[in-house]
Design a binder for this molecule. Structure first.
Ligand code: NDP
Length: 782
């Protein structure tokens, strides 16, 4: 028998297994059908998820077919009218009931989750299930408040929701709770590997008397998910999963009018500065990458450490890693459970092998035999090593070093993802500065993997768009007020080569140029086309921009990073100056609109000037929020600009449409590349003069006229464009959404048919699209 001091030394302790009996008994209710219209269907086309820790089959479930999806969507549609019309208070009571019933069965849910997913019981019990409960309580509150807090908004209708296998019940809660609170009905598809807790949740829906059809659950694999995405009766798709499937879904929904939010993969940096509390940071890494077997979209998988402390940090980390226990997930002493499926284990080991072949040194802890993976730390990795660039989705971290804060930032942002980041330093200035400059939707300071129903969560860049949680998450399940439907607009004009010596009309040379980087530039192809006035006469020549001009414009926009970092007050001053200059040039602008055939040139100019003042006023007022989450944390939800935005303007009103879209975008700190009205581009091109004389820094606004569809395609596909606003005919909008799948930029398609002169031309949605929420968690306390 070991002595007490030996036990303290080895820190060995006996097994503390949680019993699985209750959950296994519950599973005997199978085989399971789908939960459609308030009842389980007859089991059919069965598949069998296994317990990844033992390989034992758990239950038989039905593989959802297109017909099952059809039935579920029909049930959700039929339920929608009544559900959305109920007072928020009634919906709230159902959400409270869901929370309470999950709470009553916390242990059953936790054990079932462990059996199905392989995660340690400690984590399922202390994190997954309580957070899911918290989500239902929080959104019961939103159901109560939605009418008051989001006036004029309406639910989308039927939401198709597709969730992954890493946090099965929690992801269900993240999807279903806000959707129902907002008044939507849902069809949810759980992951093929982990459908069981969704079935237990379906039972709760019956128990609490939820009206049939409000929640429908169809199990199955990727084909079931694809059928849900393709279904015409679905109004919104909410997806969490891999970037590859997110991209497919973006393409499949393009042009359908379905609302879309995507929460995708990540390769999140974990930055340790030299002054950090290294012991705390080591515990941070344990939570960042070894929590949930590293099967976490926001896992801190790239550790960046200040060179000065790197050897010490690595030694501490490897010692800690050596003490982690990877084994039986039902044992309360287990730190790392089973990998969800042998296929995922194969993927992890395959990536580690490739990383090693590319020069990485692999340090590994221990794990039991079977579908288990030891915790790993990879050092000696070059920035292009596959373990640095690819999401591994396993307990594998890479470690690199940096010398200065700017170098840390450069390394941290050197990824196509942008989901989360963790910053460790005792210097508040460094922490906040780095947080502000990280391209990530969530930043944790001296902490990691903190989640709360009231804290918006979601990504930037290839980590997707849209937020879940809090006010921003509610907005993702509500349609903003605005006109519906798009009317077709005129086709592209045919190019007319510019006659040698420049274009002339009526003796006056009216050859405009593109406006790029603060200067007037000839179109790269040297072509232009004749613009006709209301009477059919030629009023000028407009440059025929091409792919090359868009590329130059994006490059110019990318350089003016200072505009986004300027204060709102500084941007407001520039915009007020612009508005004043517009006022001074009122007569000139009116004359240009007379020529362009505006139905009421004076009114259009007048409204454009007022709108310029309005957006100047907003430049320093689109405040973020401080969310109430955990005690001793300030959780900031900041509105930050996208970066470079593409803007496709309506044909009419030529000036007011341009001003209404461009000014809110730049007021919020974006730089823009604008395709002006295709039929009347001259008023927008002339605007370049005003921008120059108003001290708008060169490159903040770039104007490229030409064939709308072709230019939109280039902007939508361009990796340097971070978001796109497209007011264009339906086929152009559809193409823009499909092309945007490349870097997964958010696209806002809008109808040209709104009343641009009235309040509809300056609604909050114009400003809302110009920003995205960045959530920064800052702990406090002495
Ligand atoms: P997927 O993205 O394939 O799965 C997520 C969900 O989408 C599942 O419900 C899946 O169904 C479903 N699905 C799959 N294909 C389609 C489709 N064409 N249309 C609609 N729905 C579809 O992730 P995987 O489970 O295959 O994991 C692969 C990799 O993705 C992981 O190694 C990891 O890197 C990453 N991943 C990232 C997650 C994140 O949260 N960011 C979560 C999970 C995985 P089914 O499970 O039945 O195939």
């Amino acid at each position: 028998m070991p002595s007490i001091s030996e036990v303290l030394d080895s820190m060995d302790y006996g097994p503390a297994p949680e019993s699985a009996d209750h959950a296994l008994k519950w599973l005997e209710r199978g085989p399971f059908g789908h939960f459609i219209n308030g009842a389980f269907t007859a089991p059919d086309a069965l598949f069998t998820p296994d317990n990844p820790a033992t390989g034992a089959p758990l239950a038989q479930l039905s593989q959802g077919s297109a017909d099952d999806i059809d039935a579920a969507v029909a049930a959700a549609r039929a339920a929608f009218g009544d559900w959305s019309a109920r007072p928020g208070h009634e919906r709230a009571r159902y959400l409270y009931a869901m929370a309470r019933h999950i709470q009553k069965r916390e242990r059953l849910f936790a054990v079932l989750e462990v059996l199905d997913n392989g995660k340690p019981i400690r984590e399922a019990r202390d994190i997954d299930i309580p957070l899911a409960v918290r989500h239902f309580y929080h959104h019961a509150g939103w159901a109560e408040l939605v009418a008051e807090e989001f006036p004029n908004h309406r639910p989308h209708g039927v939401c198709g929701q597709i969730i992954p296998w890493n946090f099965p019940l929690l992801m269900l809660a993240w999807k279903i709770a806000p959707a129902l609170a907002a008044g939507n009905t849902v069809v949810l598809k759980p992951a093929e590997y982990t459908p069981l807790t969704a079935l237990l949740f379906a039972e709760i829906c019956t128990e609490i008397g939820l009206p049939p059809g409000v929640v429908n659950i169809v199990a199955g694999d990727g084909t079931t998910g694809a059928a849900l995405v393709a279904h015409e009766g679905v109004d919104k798709i909410a997806f969490t999963g891999s970037t590859a499937v997110g991209r497919e879904i973006r393409r499949a929904t393009a042009g359908t009018g379905k609302a879309l939010t995507l929460e995708l993969g990540g390769k999140s940096p974990f930055i340790v500065f030299a002054d950090a509390d290294l012991d705390a940071a080591v515990e941070g890494v344990v939570d960042a990458i070894w929590f949930n077997q590293g099967e976490v979209c926001c896992a801190g998988s790239r550790i960046l450490v200040a060179e000065a402390v790197a050897p010490r940090f690595e030694a501490l980390l490897r010692a800690r890693m050596g003490r982690l226990r990877a084994g039986d997930p039902l044992d309360k002493g287990t730190d790392i459970g089973a990998i969800v499926h042998p296929r995922q284990l194969e993927r992890i080991t395959g990536l580690v092998d490739q990383a090693q072949a590319q020069g990485a040194t692999v340090h590994a802890g221990t794990a039991t035999q079977g579908c288990f993976c030891p915790p790993m730390l990879l050092t000696d990795v070059a920035p292009a090593n596959i373990a640095v660039t690819e999401e591994i989705f396993g307990p594998v971290a890479v470690m690199m070093t940096f010398r200065t804060p700017p170098e840390a930032l450069e390394l941290a942002n050197n990824t196509r993802y942008g989901l989360a980041a963790s910053v460790w330093t005792e210097n508040i200035g460094t922490a906040m500065d780095v947080a502000a400059n990280l391209r990530a939707g969530v930043v944790w300071i001296n902490a990691t993997n903190l989640f709360d129903a009231n804290a918006p969560f979601g990504g930037m860049r290839e980590s997707g768009f849209g937020r879940e949680g809090g006010r921003a998450g509610m907005l993702a399940y509500l349609a903003a007020p605005g006109p519906q439907g798009r009317a077709p607009l005129a086709d592209s004009p045919a190019p007319v080569p510019l006659p040698a010596g420049g274009g002339a009309c009526g003796g006056i040379d009216r050859t405009t140029k593109l406006f790029i980087g603060g200067a007037f530039k000839r179109a790269d192809a040297g072509q232009s086309w004749s613009v006709h006035g209301a009477g059919g006469d030629v009023i000028g020549q407009a440059p025929w921009g091409s792919r090359k001009d868009i590329r130059n414009a994006v490059e110019a926009a990318a350089k003016v990073t200072g505009w986004g970092r300027a204060t709102g007050h500084e941007r407001a001053q520039v915009l007020y100056f612009l508005a004043e200059n517009m006022d001074r040039r009122r007569a000139e602008m009116t004359e240009a609109l007379v020529q362009a055939g505006s139905p009421d040139p004076a009114a259009e100019v007048d409204c454009s000037i007022r709108r310029a003042f309005l957006h100047a006023a907003w430049a320093d007022k689109l405040d973020g929020r401080v969310h109430a989450t955990r005690s001793a944390h300030v959780t900031l939800a900041m509105n930050v600009p996208h970066g470079v935005m593409g803007v496709i303007c309506p044909d009419a009103p030529a000036l007011l449409g341009f001003v209404s879209l461009v000014l809110p975008a730049i007021a919020m700190g974006n730089r823009v590349v604008v395709v002006p009205s295709q039929t009347q581009p001259l008023p927008a091109l002339d605007f370049g003069q005003l921008l120059v004389s108003s001290d708008v820094p060169g490159g903040v606004v770039n104007i490229v006229s030409g064939p709308r569809a072709a230019l939109t395609r280039v902007l939508a596909a361009h990796d340097g464009v971070d978001a796109l606003c497209c007011v264009a005919p339906p086929e152009v909008c559809a193409m823009a959404e499909a092309e945007a799948a490349g870097n997964l930029k958010p696209v806002w398609t809008e109808s040209a048919q709104r009343d641009w002169f009235g309040p509809a031309g300056q609604e909050a949605v114009f400003r809302a699209f110009a920003v995205q929420v960045k959530t920064v968690w800052t702990p406090y306390g002495a």
